[in-house]
Design a protein around this ligand. Structure first.
Ligand code: HEC
Length: 166
């Protein structure tokens, strides 16, 4: 082997070695960049409201908006069908229905759930009925809201019968 060839082989192996290191460095950088940005830990959620406060603060006022949004009013001038007419009125009913769904979630957060059986089922029934109301508002269907109002009302009564003391 002449020295020239040896030089060449040496040069090539050095080049391969260096490019190999290069790949490793690039690879490491890529891995570093791909690593998820450190996300701050979610703040701990401390349930604050009692069940009674959830009822008075969210469930009851929201349910009233839903129940009052559609219906038949009978007065001296005759029979009037009441229903939301403007986008804002529909949105208000939708927001209340959504708030009831979230309240159902809250009823099962922290130590609020009285048990893991009927309580969960009954709050789920309230959420399902409120979701039905929400769907009806998306379709701007007064009949839909009226129809969903029944299971919604029934869900309140069912749970109160079993769990409301006094
Ligand atoms: C999963 C069970 C559950 C469901 C569903 C439920 N409630 Fe209640 N509600 C309770 C309990 C338990 C209390 C009693 C709370 C207390 O006095 O500590 C209560 C109390 C109330 C009160 C009285 C609050 C007070 O100041 O004493 C109102 C008003 C009320 N609920 C409205 C509703 C309405 C409206 C619905 C349906 C849209 C509903 N609730 C659905 C469990 C439920």
């Amino acid at each position: 082997m002449n020295t020239r060839l040896l030089h060449w082989l040496f040069a090539i192996s050095v080049a391969l070695f260096i490019s190999g290191i290069g790949f490793i460095v690039v690879g490491a950088r890529a891995a570093q960049q791909a690593a998820p940005v450190e996300t701050p830990a979610a703040p701990p959620i401390e349930p604050v409201a009692t069940v009674k406060q959830l009822m008075d603060g969210i469930v009851q006022p929201s349910a009233l908006v839903v129940f009052d949004s559609v219906g038949t009013i009978v007065d001296a001038t005759g029979i009037h069908e009441k229903q939301p007419t403007t986008d804002a009125e529909w949105a208000a009913v939708a927001a209340s229905a959504a708030a009831i769904v979230e309240a159902a979630n809250l009823l099962n957060t922290g130590n609020r759930a009285v048990d893991r059986g009927e309580w969960v089922k009954m709050s789920r029934a309230m959420a399902d009925a409120a979701l039905q109301v929400l769907k009806a508002t998306n379709e701007k269907s007064a009949e839909g809201v009226l129809a969903a109002g029944e299971p919604l009302n029934a869900s309140c009564d069912a749970c109160h019968q079993q769990y409301q003391r006094e």
